[in-house]
Design a binder for this molecule. Structure first.
Ligand SMILES: [Zn+2]
Ligand SMILES: [Zn+2]
Length: 287
């Protein structure tokens, strides 16, 4: 019997989630995750897995196990193990992504709004971390998994959300959606309305930010910022003097296919970056 068939026969998302609709199946994923943690990629035998999950009826157990194959669980040699998809889904479920909601704040951060000087205020609700101020200037917003927020302080959650947002920018610039990993196109708008956007056609993921976002993940720009006293991860993104304002944008030229030249300043120094039409930094000039 061929255990690796049906590779081209992708089930609909609703079928995939239906396969996870029974507590026994979630317990199986949980047990396989625990096994994976201690034994690595080696499969676990049917009887040992059944004991671990704690189902006595072997026919009933086999029925539920089969519902997870072949998308989440695969048969290998003399046992079963998680597929790569199974490991991701198990991780998300155990992380509470689909079930839990954690609330934190509102609370003041050790930071001020660059627009009005009042304290920055963070709130975590429904998996979203939002930073604003007394005047309600929008400073930052990104989603955080429930388990990351469960035992963390508000400022720890904000730091993590910023890290995730910057990883998302890098991933979008590499052409992959941060949620579903389908191809995603990034754009930079035009000089009159510049802005970094990555909107997925497949899933609801959307990343919209100032034109300076792709600059911040460029190593040369990051180095220049550090020389001027601003370090990503140590300083909040809204504290960078040129994020959200003060970026001069002009077209890179008639034949440049949507490329932009963006000039930003810290104190009296300026940096000029050339972005291609996808928002990738292709040249940096700090003269
Ligand atoms: Zn403000
Ligand atoms: Zn997507």
């Amino acid at each position: 019997m061929d255990e690796t068939d049906d590779i081209d026969d992708e089930p609909a998302p609703s079928d995939a989630f239906a396969a996870l609709s029974d507590p026994v199946r979630l317990d199986i994923l949980d047990a396989l995750t625990a096994h994976h943690r201690s034994e690595g990629h080696d499969p676990i035998g049917f009887a040992a897995l059944r004991r671990r999950v704690g189902v006595r009826d072997s026919g009933r157990f086999r029925y539920h196990l089969n519902q997870l194959r072949d998308r989440f669980v695969e048969r290998a040699d003399d046992g079963y193990r998680l597929t790569a998809t199974g490991a991701r889904v198990a991780g998300a479920i155990l992380a509470g992504t689909y079930t839990e909601s954690v609330s934190l704040g509102p609370g003041e951060l050790d930071s001020t709004c660059p627009f009005c000087g009042t304290p920055a205020v963070a709130t975590v609700r429904d998996g979203q971390c939002v930073v604003t101020c007394g005047e309600e200037h929008p400073l930052f917003s990104w989603h955080v998994p429930a388990n990351a927020a469960r035992d963390a302080s508000l400022s720890e959650v904000v730091d993590l959300a910023e890290l995730l947002a910057f990883q998302a920018i890098e991933q979008a610039l590499a052409g992959a959606c941060t949620q579903c990993y389908d191809d995603v196109e990034t754009t930079v708008g035009d000089p009159d309305e510049p802005g970094f956007r990555a909107v997925c056609d497949t899933c609801p993921a959307r990343l919209v930010g100032p034109i300076s976002f792709p600059l911040l993940v460029d190593p040369d720009v990051a180095g220049w910022c550090r020389e001027h006293g601003y370090t990503l991860r140590e300083d909040h993104v809204w504290e960078f003097p040129f994020v959200g304002r003060d970026a001069a944008v002009e077209p890179a030229g008639a034949d440049a296919d949507g490329a932009l030249v963006v000039t930003v300043a810290i104190d009296d120094d300026s940096l000029t970056a050339r972005l291609d039409g996808d928002g990738r930094v292709v040249a940096v000039d700090t003269e």
